[in-house]
Design a binder for this molecule. Structure first.
Ligand code: AMP
Length: 398
């Protein structure tokens, strides 16, 4: 079975074609600057060099058409015809309360996705455009929507409700949803396997630490709490996002700085986080380099990051009633042993001890807890595209 995975942004599109018999990636690529001058496709067939095609692409239909052409091309293609593709898995940002798992897209589903554009105004229209372009270009092929929020839909109301007037939940669906669900699901599955294979009885905390970051508390394989909220702004300090702050700061700053709702939203999403604190960069490598050069603000930004994560982990140990394993994943979680060690240091009071030599490794699956640690510490590289492909296959098999 061959599955195409598509992740549509407002002006970009990432894709991977999988052979699900062995989970092999046959080709992958990226289209950038859709609808903008300088559109291009970067296409990499497995085992071959990347090839770049530059040509105007007015919309997602044209971008996906170009991807299809290259996948079936006699030189850079990997399949002889689109008939070989059994289904298309699409990453969709927000499933609201309507979608608790991945679904085969039909007209009703599209209508519901469209009705929730306001929950993800940057991503949701692009996600739907990708689905509709595939419907047009590959009529009859099933399109599967895999939602970033779905894995978190098992949270109980006490974890997902905000203490605002209840009518806002009823009127606008304002509640905690959580994001990065596909990544949390992927690493949870692996962590359960590393703990022996049975989900029942397991207590796991997954830390997706990338440019955007979130944590999830997972009991018996099901999320019971997560750090992101109605939007991906909530939680702890990220590359450019502030995470949780006193909500009263919002009207305070709006009045003091004469800011519109869009302006304050932009500050909290794009100009805060480690970028805001350091004034230097949103990239954790740059900020770490700054800290090593003696920049106090870089040191502060990274200390805040580690401390806030450790505090959330502590609260999740209480929520779970214990903890078997803490999982680190995504750009920072997989690559930076210093942040992992510093976060784990806070958790020594809970009986977590790490093996520094094992922790020095990066980018591959490992249990880096010391032999006598009461909690396991796992590094598990995430693979959201493979998770989307596996969900797609599971639905098609049914
Ligand atoms: P992601 O969103 O998962 O792609 O992660 C992106 C983040 O991972 C960026 O802020 C990078 O600085 C960070 N990252 C990648 N490699 C490293 C590394 N070796 N050390 C620290 N951060 C890293």
């Amino acid at each position: 079975m061959k599955i195409l995975v598509i992740n549509c942004g407002s002006s970009s599109l990432k894709y991977q074609l999988y052979n699900m018999d062995n989970n092999e990636v046959l080709a992958k690529g990226l289209v950038e600057r859709i609808g903008i001058d300088g559109s291009n496709l970067q296409h990499t067939p497995a085992g071959k060099d990347k090839v770049v095609f530059e040509q105007p692409l007015a919309d997602h239909d044209q971008a996906i058409k170009l991807v299809m052409d290259k996948l079936t091309d006699s030189e850079v293609g990997v399949i002889s015809s689109l008939d070989e593709i059994d289904g298309i898995g699409h990453r969709v940002l927000h499933g609201s309360e309507d979608f608790k798992q991945s679904i085969i897209v039909d007209d009703k589903a599209k209508e519901i996705i469209r009705s929730h554009f306001d929950l993800g105004p940057l991503h949701m229209p692009a996600n739907l455009m990708g689905i509709e372009a595939c419907e047009k270009l590959m009529p009859g092929k099933p399109n599967i929507a895999v939602f970033d929020t779905a894995f978190h839909q098992t949270m109980p109301p006490k974890a997902y409700m905000y203490a605002l007037p209840y009518e806002y939940y009823e009127k606008y669906s304002i509640r905690r949803y959580g994001f990065h669900g596909t990544s949390h699901k992927f690493v949870t599955k692996r962590a359960i396997e590393m703990l022996g294979g049975k989900a029942e009885g397991t207590k796991i905390i997954t830390c997706h630490l990338g440019n955007g970051s979130s944590l999830a508390a997972v009991k018996d394989g099901k999320v019971i709490d997560t750090t992101m909220g109605l939007t991906p702004l909530a939680g702890f300090e990220m590359g450019t996002r502030c995470g949780d702050i006193d909500p009263a700061i919002v009207p305070f700053l709006m009045k003091k700085e004469n800011l519109s709702p869009d302006e304050i939203d932009n500050i909290m999403n794009k100009k805060s986080g480690i970028l805001g604190v350091t004034g230097r960069s949103s990239d954790f490598r740059d900020v770490e380099a700054g800290m090593n050069e003696g920049d106090e603000k870089c040191k502060l930004a990274l200390e805040m990051f580690r401390y806030q994560i450790a505090k959330f982990i502590g609260s999740y140990v209480v929520a779970l009633g214990g903890c078997d394993a803490i999982v680190f994943t995504a750009g920072i979680g997989e690559n930076n042993s210093g942040h992992r060690a510093a976060i784990c240091k806070y958790l020594e009071c809970l009986g977590l001890k790490i093996d520094d030599e094992k922790n020095a490794q990066r980018g591959k699956e490992i249990d880096f807890a010391a032999a006598d640690s009461k909690i396991r510490a796992f590094l598990i590289p995430t693979n959201e595209e493979l998770m989307i492909a596996q969900d797609t296959k599971e639905l098609l098999d049914k």
